[in-house]
Design a protein around this ligand. Structure first.
Ligand SMILES: C[S@@+](CC[C@H](N)C(=O)[O-])C[C@H]1O[C@@H](n2cnc3c(N)ncnc32)[C@H](O)[C@@H]1O
Length: 195
């Protein structure tokens, strides 16, 4: 599980005049803090673990630029996408609740494909979207995936066999250029397509 520092988010923010930072998977709130430090006007994040959410609420209690939601990523995106105003950076980092000791419903395990479909449906093509931990996508066309590596590291449970990079990219392929960045643990990055 890598962190937002694996990308030059500030350069992306300036290049695309991004105003909002939207994150799935708050955890300790370190990327929320990085987004504030970068200068995003509004920061939205969600986590389905109550104690994680409560700790983040305490950490950012005094900050009117931060909005934290105790929700799974799909419910959270359904709620906020229609009311976001202005170009937005998405950091999609919510997966494997069981890895964090939370009982896992199948639809919460790796919801990335549905998250990307929702973004494509609700947002204009001005946003930048970064998806973390792409090394788990067991697709021979995924440069961040090394067959056997997760198993050798004792993380066989993190392998996602039923998703491909093409499937993830499809909803945004008409509006965004995309690539798999090998920084950290692999990041699928979508940038608005140049005219
Ligand atoms: C890798 S950590 C997030 C790290 C954080 N984004 C950062 O950059 O500092 C993943 C978090 O996602 C949460 N999570 C896992 N599956 C989720 C889901 N389906 N919806 C919402 N949160 C989820 C976990 O509880 C955990 O706190």
């Amino acid at each position: 599980m890598s962190c937002i520092h694996d990308l030059d988010v500030d350069a992306l923010r300036r290049q695309y005049a991004l105003r909002n930072f939207v994150e799935t998977g708050t955890h300790f709130g370190d990327s929320v803090q990085s987004a504030l430090d970068c200068g995003f006007e509004h920061v939205y994040s969600c986590d389905l673990m109550e104690h994680v959410h409560d700790a983040a609420c305490r950490r950012f209690a005094q900050n009117p630029r931060v909005s934290l939601h105790h929700a799974d990523s799909i419910a959270f995106l359904r709620e906020i996408l229609p009311r976001l105003s202005g170009p937005t950076f998405f950091w999609l980092d919510a997966h494997f609740p069981d890895h964090y000791g939370y009982p896992c419903r199948p639809e919460h395990r790796f919801p990335l494909a549905e998250e990307l479909r929702l973004i494509a449906r609700h947002r204009p093509p001005t946003d930048v979207i970064a998806c973390d931990d792409i090394r788990v996508v067991a697709d021979p066309h995924n440069p961040a995936f090394t067959p056997g590596a997760l198993e050798r590291g004792g993380h066989a449970a993190l392998v996602v066999p039923d998703v491909s990079i093409e499937m993830l990219a499809a909803p945004l392929a008409a509006t965004h250029d995309w690539r798999v960045d090998l920084a950290g643990e692999g990041i699928l990055l979508f940038e608005p397509r140049r005219a």
